[in-house]
Ligand binder design. Structure first.
Ligand SMILES: Nc1nc2c(ncn2[C@@H]2O[C@H](COP(=O)(O)OP(=O)(O)OP(=O)(O)O)[C@@H](O)[C@H]2O)c(=O)[nH]1
Ligand SMILES: [Mg+2]
Length: 286
């Protein structure tokens, strides 16, 4: 049996969570086209007959602006201990630049193997991919470099095999049926937040937090908090249309996770400056 942890690092929005889901063969982390989607450390546990690979999905590297983003960056900074390697994720769709070099500088100094995933190569011309691979290769003394598409699955099996090679002999840290470390209520809250992120833009996605207040039988009570009255109006939508749509999109995924039909009750409220409130952040598990 081989087992161990591999941290997943990179700038916001490069596709770390999509990649973790693809490598685990199932959804453990929520995904959106907005940066700073992932706010906490999420394990994606990939089991095989003779291995257990625990991918540690992380927030993107960022310069903290408030208590929330400070906590997010602290999570990143403290998650590189006791890992067998780091998966450094880059987006092939964007210029590999200063932000990536900043992350690279940090992960290449850890003294563990760094595997680079050049993600989002789908629909890119081979010549462009080759150029991006050359740039990526200059980031540091990498162990391996894989062009992949977390979206189409291209290159994922090869990347997974590469990561398995990093694992030493060891026990399974989690029971085989466990997919992630997040408690069930946090998983439910995250799925709801994902739908809210998909449907909002500009500053609104960053101001949303979701808490599951109660799961009683088939009824799930959850509240979405934003920071201002105008954000609340956006999230509620005309005649409640927005919050209704969030519920419609979230419900099938909650049902899949819980394994039974769900009646979802969503409440939208204003919690001024929650991103600066340590007690609230603590309660949200951030
Ligand atoms: N075309 C394409 N898009 C991708 C691919 N992987 C991820 N994406 C998209 O990139 C966006 C960001 O994906 P995430 O997985 O949330 O990115 P992340 O790095 O976890 O982002 P943060 O948690 O905010 O740091 C989403 O819109 C994904 O659908 C890919 O291989 N190809
Ligand atoms: Mg993420």
């Amino acid at each position: 049996m081989r087992s161990g942890f591999v941290a997943v690092a990179g700038r916001p929005n490069v596709g770390k969570s999509t990649l973790v889901n693809a490598l685990c063969g199932g959804k453990v982390a929520i995904v959106s086209d907005k940066p700073q989607t992932t706010r906490q450390r999420i394990f994606g546990i990939a089991n095989g007959d003779d291995h257990q690979l625990v991918l540690v999905d992380l927030p993107g590297f960022q310069r903290p602006r408030d208590a929330l983003t400070e906590r997010m960056q602290r999570t990143v900074d403290t998650s590189f201990e006791d890992v067998e390697g780091v998966l450094l994720v880059l987006s092939a769709r964007e210029r590999i630049g200063a932000g990536d070099r900043f992350v690279a500088h940090r992960v290449f100094s850890l003294g563990v193997p760094v595997v680079i995933a050049l993600n989002k190569v789908d629909r890119l011309k081979p010549g462009h991919i080759a150029t991006q691979m050359t740039t990526a290769a200059r980031l540091g003394d990498f162990h391996a470099l894989h062009p992949v598409s977390a979206k189409t699955g291209d290159g994922i099996a090869e990347l997974r095999d590469e990561l398995l090679q990093l694992l030493p002999a060891g026990p399974a840290y989690f029971p085989p049926e466990q997919r992630t470390n997040l408690p069930l209520e946090l998983q439910l809250a995250e799925l709801i937040r994902e739908k809210a992120l998909q449907l909002t833009r500009e500053e609104v996605p960053h101001a949303i937090s979701v808490e599951v207040d109660e799961v009683r039988g088939s009824v799930v009570h959850a509240s979405l908090a934003v920071e201002t009255e105008s954000q609340k109006q956006i999230l509620v939508g005309r005649g409640g249309s927005m919050v209704k749509e969030i519920g419609t999109r979230a419900r099938p995924e909650l049902e899949l996770l819980l394994g039974h039909p769900v009646y979802l009750e969503l409440l939208v409220k204003v919690r001024p400056r929650w991103r600066r409130d340590e007690a609230t952040l603590e309660r949200l598990g951030l």
